[in-house]
Design a protein around this ligand. Structure first.
Ligand code: 5AD
Ligand code: SF4
Length: 448
């Protein structure tokens, strides 16, 4: 790789553009904190920054092409290019190629190496381009600055990586093997987030329910025990977690949904397909039936739990009858919301070279039918919520004066009018349902 000949000006401002999952959002925030520690300020809204970090996602479709077109478009007001860093999963998967194809990129940094961004930047300003896609397990978290972000809702990465190797998925290659952050580090970070104003924490991991560690007494702990420990933090009112794999669910986590008031009644549990042959070809290692039985256990301990999932249509070889099994599963579960995708062949994954790839128009038609069912259930879930009273955590102002937006315990967006502040937990009655949000009517003043 050729070093750049011209030294660059040290950047005064930065912008991190994160794509994809919530973990990328978390990583993006942490990269921002690292840069801020080095005296680089976030660029003002509407202005291009001196340093732009593209925090990329590789999970579906033409991810790399999008990165190249984003790089091409980046320009400062004076027509020059900002310093560009490519981070995230495309950086991990295609780092060398990016360096070759995009001479304006100064740094390529993988998801496990971004704590080294400030050092790479020092090199970049001297005109040396740098790539770091090492996967040094846990080192990253130890060398990140302490959390200071002020927000009523916060993410906390507890686990990273994936050992499941679903045959369609790039994550095991881009994020590496499953690792769990130590219990005491997580409790410390959770306290710091609450000190900085967080009332809701979402625990993150590619397989968050595979988290395991040792508690303060040296006893083995899983996600259920970790949730109970975090729930003891005064001032923290809500806990969520995402994303889980059906095969890592243990009794303690299911039990926590029945016994912890702070654990919200919401479960995102991807199934991908409702057909056992397809599930086997995907290497999911569970059946439709075992998945349904698992959901039943959650519903037994927490009858009002809202269920969410992920679906892929058009996996190689999927027949019409097999696709209809997915529709039947949806009819049985009745999700409150869900995410659905056309299968996208990812380079280097086993499914990309399987026979019987499905034609794009067949995939589109199946996705359309599947989403019609999911929408039907989402609307029904929202309509069934009308008349309930619940707490809303206020996250931001609405479009009109006096209007506020927040989330219900079931992760629905709720808006209401009246006296409130960001970070309040407000008791409302849900009075009107739309497909994507509900209207609330204020019942009592904020619970301080
Ligand atoms: N094609 C389509 N969807 C995919 N997902 C992961 N890999 C692919 C792929 N190759 C979806 C799965 C997963 C979600 C994060 O993205 O549904 O749960
Ligand atoms: Fe990808 Fe499967 Fe791992 Fe989820 S469990 S990240 S879909 S390989």
């Amino acid at each position: 790789m050729k070093p750049q000949t011209l030294p660059l000006n040290r950047p005064k401002t930065y912008r991190v553009k994160s794509f994809g999952c919530q973990m990328n959002v978390y990583d993006g925030e942490r990269m921002g904190e690292l840069l801020a520690e080095k005296g680089i300020a976030p660029a003002p809204e509407g202005e291009e920054a001196d340093l732009v970090v593209l925090n990329t996602c590789h999970i579906r479709e033409k991810a790399a092409e999008k990165v190249y077109s984003d790089i091409g478009r980046l320009k400062k007001e004076d027509g020059t290019k900002p310093i560009i860093a490519v981070a995230g999963c495309v950086a991990q998967a295609e780092g060398e190629e990016i360096m070759e194809r995009a001479p304006s990129v100064s740094m390529v940094v993988g998801p496990q190496a971004y704590h080294r961004l400030p050092d790479m930047l020092d090199k970049a300003v001297k005109g040396q381009r740098a790539t770091d896609t090492d996967m040094p397990a846990i080192a990253k978290f130890d060398s990140l600055p302490k959390r200071k972000k002020r927000s009523p809702t916060a993410f906390l990465t507890v686990q990273e990586g994936c050992d499941k190797f679903c045959t369609y998925c790039v994550v095991p290659y881009t994020r590496g093997a499953e690792i769990s952050r130590p219990y005491s580090d997580l409790i410390d970070e959770a306290y710091r987030l609450v000190d900085a104003g967080a009332r809701e924490i979402t625990l993150l991991g590619q397989n968050v329910n595979a988290w395991s560690g040792e508690d303060a007494n040296g006893r083995r702990a899983g996600l259920g025990e970790l949730i109970h420990a975090i729930a003891r933090i005064d001032g923290l009112e809500r806990i969520r977690y995402t994303t889980s794999h059906p095969n890592d669910m243990d009794d303690a986590l299911i039990e926590a949904h029945g016994s912890s008031d702070k654990l919200m009644p919401y479960l995102h549990l991807p199934v991908q397909s409702g057909n056992d042959r397809v599930l086997k070809a995907m290497n999911r290692a569970h059946t439709a039936e075992s998945y349904l039985r698992l959901l039943e256990r959650f519903r037994t301990v927490r009858p009002d739990i809202a269920l969410s999932g992920d679906f892929i249509v058009g996996f190689p070889g999927e027949t019409e009858a097999e696709f209809e099994d997915t529709l039947s599963l949806i009819d049985e579960v009745r999700y409150s919301q869900a995410f659905s995708f056309k299968y996208s062949p990812r380079p280097g994954t086993p499914a990309a070279t399987m026979d019987n790839q499905i034609a794009p128009e067949v995939m589109s038609e199946r996705l359309h039918r599947l989403q019609a069912r999911l929408n039907r259930d989402q609307i029904a879930f929202n309509e069934a919520s009308v008349g309930k009273t619940c707490q809303v955590l206020v996250e931001r102002k609405g479009k009109h004066p006096g209007q506020w937006l927040g989330k219900s315990p079931w992760l629905q967006s709720v808006w209401f009018e009246g006296e409130a502040q960001i970070g309040d937990l407000i008791e409302v009655e849900l009075v009107e349902a739309g497909p994507n949000s509900l209207k609330g009517a204020l019942l009592t003043p904020a619970i301080a």
